[in-house]
Design a protein around this ligand. Structure first.
Ligand SMILES: *[C@@H]1O[C@H](CO)[C@@H](O)[C@H](O)[C@H]1NC(C)=O
Ligand SMILES: *[C@@H]1O[C@H](CO)[C@@H](O)[C@H](O)[C@H]1NC(C)=O
Ligand SMILES: *[C@@H]1O[C@H](CO)[C@@H](O)[C@H](O)[C@H]1NC(C)=O
Ligand SMILES: *[C@@H]1O[C@H](CO)[C@@H](O)[C@H](O)[C@H]1NC(C)=O
Length: 450
């Protein structure tokens, strides 16, 4: 049809350009011949396009389907009195997301494909053709697979139900459906956030025991995934497909499992937790370089770091379920807290030591006042009796007071000096122990010798 139109247009144009009757007749004959030729060609093309379905028409196909299903009983599984029917399963993972430590689950969107052979639906490919449809789903037997560790799920129905049912002439049925599931995944968080999680997707037949349908994974690439499948927080390390039989009181049921290992990416936690908390610990060491007399500065510094680390530790815990064991991040945060608290305690000690010097000073002034009082007062004898030993030593005392203050100040400065080395050293040793212990599994293999 489409091929014919432009030719007609051309000819009409030709008609107008000639006025002579003879020519007009000649052209109309030519036009007729052309039209016939083009029509012939286009019918040929149509026949070619239809190919081997040339013998099918709407009436015959629907009659065929009706007769096919007339004798079909969907309650009875294929191969009813013979071997169990093998249901071959494969899936395409289009998305894994919402991996949630608090509720211990994750979201997954898959296209689940099940293939089995139902000899009752065999037909002659030359004579008939069954178009792919989901309408037949209600009319034929389908396996009753369910997801054992699913919490919530839904089918997709935009723009129509995302369901495909294709029946091959050999009676092989492909049933494909797209669904999103929230799947429980028990997580062991003692290494969090250097952890690896082993999540599963479990499928099983709900009512048919293992001698009725048997689920098997396809031999070739049972689990595919979209090229852009990428998790923000995890790397998918490996995956494994397993076929098992579960034994229950009600019988033995065929089941499939997909296991995969998720390795948490550390980047986010380095940036949001480890780096800031390390910097706070380093910041708390600044206090050792501040004069012990500058108490407000040092107290403010130490208290601020302690409070900030505490807040951070609480914020990190918020992302975790209330597990009763200690996670790696807990070890880290409490150590950081321990270190900044340590520098606060160190300051308290240094301050105490320097206050010893102040006490000396105070004593000295008291003494001076006493002596001055006695000089003014009349009852010298009393005063002398009371204060003489001190008064005599007054010069000496002043000297010894200065000496003592120098001594205690030296001590305080020495404590600070030691802290300047000991704190960073201890923190360094802690880091050397912490990281290898917790990173061990995630470390590149060349770093692990055994
Ligand atoms: C459709 O096919 C049936 C049987 O093959 C035939 O009887 C009927 O005439 C065909 N109808 C048309 C419109 O071709
Ligand atoms: C199912 O598979 C098993 C082994 O793969 C085979 O022995 C059995 O014949 C198959 N059953 C059917 C109905 O094809
Ligand atoms: C599963 O593992 C196979 C081979 O180990 C790999 O080709 C495939 O990409 C993996 N699939 C996913 C979803 O990681
Ligand atoms: C389930 O399988 C076990 C071992 O294969 C067998 O002993 C048991 O009888 C089976 N149970 C049923 C109900 O078939």
């Amino acid at each position: 049809m489409i091929a014919r139109k432009p030719r007609q247009g051309k000819n009409t144009y030709g008609d107008n350009s000639y006025s002579k009757r003879e020519n007009q007749r000649l052209w109309s004959i030519l036009l007729l011949l052309l039209t016939l030729a083009v029509h012939g060609v286009s019918t040929d093309a149509n026949t070619e396009e239809d190919g081997d379905h040339s013998s099918h028409n709407v009436t015959s196909t629907s009659t065929f389907l009706n007769t096919l299903l007339k004798t079909y009983d969907k309650r009875i599984r294929p191969n009813f009195d013979g071997d169990p029917v093998n249901v071959t399963v494969d899936m395409l993972i289009s998305r894994i997301d919402n991996i949630n430590e608090v509720t211990m689950d994750y979201g997954i969107t898959i296209v689940l494909r099940q293939t089995w052979v139902d000899t009752r639906l065999e037909y002659n490919a030359v004579k008939q053709h069954i178009p792919p449809t989901s309408e037949l789903l209600e009319r034929i037997w389908v396996p009753d697979m369910f997801f054992t560790n699913e919490k919530d799920s839904h089918f997709h129905d935009q723009t129509r139900d995302n369901v495909l049912l294709r029946i091959s002439p050999s009676g092989e049925i492909l049933y494909s459906t797209r669904l999103t599931l929230t799947v429980a995944c028990h997580m062991q968080l003692s290494r969090f956030p250097m952890d690896e999680q082993h999540c599963k997707l479990k499928m099983e037949s709900y009512s048919y025991t293992v001698d009725e349908p048997v689920f098997v994974w396809t031999d070739y690439r049972p689990v595919q995934h979209e090229d852009d499948l990428e998790l923000q927080q995890f790397d998918i390390l490996e995956n494994e497909t397993i076929e098992i039989v579960h034994m229950y009181h009600t019988g033995n049921f065929s089941a499939l499992e997909l296991h995969y290992t998720l390795h948490r990416k550390l980047g986010y936690y380095i940036i949001s937790t480890f780096l800031p908390s390390s910097l706070l610990v380093v910041l708390s060491w600044v206090s050792f370089w501040i004069n012990p007399e500058a108490a407000p500065a040092r107290v403010a510094l130490c208290i601020t770091t302690v409070l900030t680390i505490t807040t951070m530790a609480i914020a990190v815990r918020d992302d975790l379920p209330k597990v009763s064991y200690v996670t790696a991040v807990d070890v880290w945060m409490s150590s950081c807290l321990f270190f900044v608290f340590g520098s606060l305690v160190e300051f308290a000690f240094v301050n105490f030591v320097s206050s010893l010097r102040k006490n000396e000073k105070k004593k000295k002034t008291d003494l001076k006042i006493n002596v001055e009082k006695t000089k003014d007062g009349n009852d010298l004898a009393d005063a002398v009796e009371k204060c003489l030993p001190q008064a005599i030593n007054i010069e000496k005392c002043e000297r010894c007071g200065t000496h003592a203050s120098r001594y205690w100040r030296k001590r305080a400065l020495f404590v600070d000096k030691v802290a300047r080395i000991v704190f960073p050293l201890l923190y360094f040793i802690f880091n050397i122990m912490f990281w290898p212990i917790y990173l061990r599994e995630g470390m590149p293999s060349w770093l692990i010798n055994d």
